[in-house]
Design a protein around this ligand. Structure first.
Ligand code: SF4
Ligand code: SF4
Length: 159
């Protein structure tokens, strides 16, 4: 009988730091700027990426010290996962919180950090622009809906 992986046996609250961090698939979608409608609370994504996000790797270029440069960067916690309505539908934290399983391309299953990109889930392959190159009043010109979509390669295991 094979042993179940930690994400099937532990709640988000029970995971240690290493397990918690490994739930992030590296899609980079949460590092895109969002706009919130003050009246409705609705949130839309833009293709304007955080100044610390590498547009190709989709990773934070200074993760350990990010708060010094980007103090508004959100620290994901189990409580925050419950509160944040804009986590993408493919986000590992959101999937597990909703009682769903990780997709085949999640690095924890595939063993390969590239599969999130190969499956079309991540921000890679989409045109993004750094927030230092766009005046904040123009962010609304960059609204996109692709972060909400589960990529075509999500369900189908290649081969
Ligand atoms: S959306 Fe979720 S899985 Fe993707 S980078 Fe952000 S925390 Fe990680
Ligand atoms: S500081 Fe890093 S982790 Fe935070 S939003 Fe920017 S790129 Fe993402």
């Amino acid at each position: 009988m094979s042993e179940l992986p930690f994400w099937k046996t532990k709640t988000l609250e029970e995971m240690d730091q290493r397990e918690w961090e490994s739930l992030c698939d590296g899609c980079g979608l949460c590092c895109l700027n969002k706009l919130e409608d003050w009246d409705t609370g609705d949130v839309v994504f833009t293709s304007v990426r955080c100044r610390l996000m590498d547009g190709h790797t989709c990773r934070c270029t200074d993760y350990d010290n990010r708060q010094a440069t980007v103090p508004e960067c959100i620290q994901l916690t189990p409580a925050a996962v419950d509160e944040i309505a804009w986590l993408p539908p493919t986000c590992g934290y959101r999937l597990l919180r909703e009682g769903r399983d990780l997709y085949w391309w999640h690095p924890l299953l595939s063993g390969d950090p590239e599969t999130v990109h190969q499956a079309g889930i991540s921000a890679r392959g989409h045109e993004t622009v750094c927030e230092t190159d766009v005046p904040v009043e123009d962010f609304e010109d960059y609204v996109v809906d692709w972060p909400w979509k589960v990529g075509e390669g999500s369900e189908k295991v290649p081969g």
